[in-house]
Design a protein around this ligand. Structure first.
Ligand code: GDP
Length: 425
């Protein structure tokens, strides 16, 4: 049995969804282990184009078992809406191929309200939250003020537990933010409308995973966002509220003692970032607009234009180290085909000195990018499937990045479709 984690090396949106979709063929089980509906994976395959937020990207292969692990922000409302959409698109989801951990904490209706209310309070100091309730959810999880999915099987206990939490939460809603309180009737409706729909999929997924291990099945751990958004190792406070690193996969999936064999880090051939916070390599003006347009860099969840820049070697090297990546998938190489010269952020300049380490988050505000240029290839690479067939300038670019970040690039993606991939193994 082998297992692997697919993780983001940068700010998220690196193209993890397309890599999971490609590689799931080799895996029997796909598990999401952290995050929630705040980010989106886009998957394009023979079944269509799909925007996934909570669902694991293995749902398109009939034989794959898909699991939402205990580390996920389990939002019954968003999940049910997403399940309904993909089922309408012809994807089959049954308790056999899709399972929700009974130990996953539920994102409650007020978590989204609190996100919105807090961003309003922050006004021009806001973080650029996707307002999916993720930060309030994780803070409440660590305060033990949420409900576990398994509690849906104990209706009386569920209602009294929820009523207790509601009483506490209403104090914050009304007295801190001046918002309307929740009532038990509202919660009953939420349970009937959404929780009842997802309940058939809830089970002891830890046992399912242990059994899969015993039978020698292979498991893929699918992450959301990237190293630079990790709660502990990312750009504080512009991180997400969970650990996006492979090291968290065992805890958040339900197999706390599992050892991960391969860690595939996904890196985009240039940089993008959604939301606020330091983004040292950021491009502006027309140059940025063109890259954004060529790469279609608009948020999958929010439609917001993403901030863009050249590949950031300093941040990427750090991201590789944080993830413990054993190999790299470099995506969207085709997007750079229009450029005469390819900019690369090779170092940062801090207090007049050039540095090649990723500094403390606050110091990032004072860093400037050191940009060098490589030759462009100015030709369409989307139909190429062998590394040697790439224009020599594109080969040089890939080899340069590989050396600079210190990790082998084993996949080069040249288009969004499943087979638009060059495998270098
Ligand atoms: P994720 O959250 O890491 O899965 O990334 P997203 O799905 O938000 O962003 C990746 C986007 O790029 C999606 O729209 C993909 O279809 C697209 N994509 C992925 N790989 C490639 C590629 O090699 N070339 C092009 N042109 N698009 C790609």
């Amino acid at each position: 049995m082998s297992n692997c984690a697919i993780v983001g090396i940068n700010w998220g949106d690196e193209g993890k969804g397309r890599m999971v979709d490609l590689l799931t063929e080799k895996y029997d089980v796909v598990v999401r282990f952290q995050g929630g509906g705040n980010a989106g994976h886009t998957v394009i395959n023979e079944k269509g184009k799909f925007a996934l937020h909570l669902l694991p990207s293995g749902i398109f292969r009939n034989e794959t078992i898909n699991i939402l692990g205990n580390g996920v922000a389990m939002d019954p409302e968003n999940l049910w809406n997403e399940m309904s959409t993909v089922m309408e698109q012809g994807i089959e989801l049954t308790p056999d191929n899709f399972k929700i951990s009974d130990r996953a904490s539920l994102l409650l209706p007020w978590h989204r309200d609190l996100d919105e209310l807090e961003e309003m309070r922050l006004a021009d100091k806001k973080f650029g939250s996707t307002k999916q309730g993720i930060a309030p959810f994780y803070s409440d999880k660590y305060q033990k003020k949420t409900i576990l999915a398994g509690e849906l099987f104990y209706p009386e206990h569920l209602l009294s537990h929820l009523a207790d939490i509601m009483e506490w939460k209403n104090l914050t809603l009304t007295k801190v933010y001046g918002a309307k309180p929740y009532t038990i009737e509202m919660l009953k409706e939420w349970i009937d409308t959404y929780c009842a729909k997802i309940k058939p999929f809830v089970c002891d997924t830890g046992a399912v995973l242990k059994q899969a291990q015993k039978e020698g099945k292979s498991i893929m751990f699918e992450a959301q966002l990237g190293s630079l958004r990790d709660l502990d190792y990312g750009i504080h406070p512009y991180t997400t509220s969970s650990n996006t690193t492979a090291a968290y996969a065992p805890i958040g999936s339900g197999l706390p003692s599992v050892k991960i064999d391969d860690i595939v880090g996904v890196v985009k051939a240039y940089s993008t970032c959604v939301g606020e916070g330091p983004f040292v390599c950021e491009m502006f003006g027309e140059e940025a607009e063109q890259l954004r347009k060529e790469g279609f860099e608009y948020g999958a969840k929010t439609g917001r234009p993403r901030r863009v820049g050249p590949i950031d070697i300093v941040a990427t090297r750090y991201g590789v180290e944080v993830q413990g990546a054993t190999e790299i998938a470099l995506t969207k190489l085709d997007v750079l085909s229009y450029m005469d010269k390819i900019p690369v952020c090779t170092k940062y300049k801090l207090d007049g000195e050039e540095i090649d380490y990723f500094p403390f988050p606050v110091a990032l505000n004072d860093c400037e990018p050191v940009i060098e240029y490589m030759d462009g290839w100015k030709s369409d690479v989307t139909a190429i499937r062998k590394f040697e067939d790439l224009p020599v300038q594109a080969q040089e670019y890939v080899k340069y990045v590989e050396k600079a970040i210190g990790c082998p690039i084993t996949y080069v993606s040249v288009g969004p479709e499943r087979d638009s991939i060059i495998i270098r193994k």
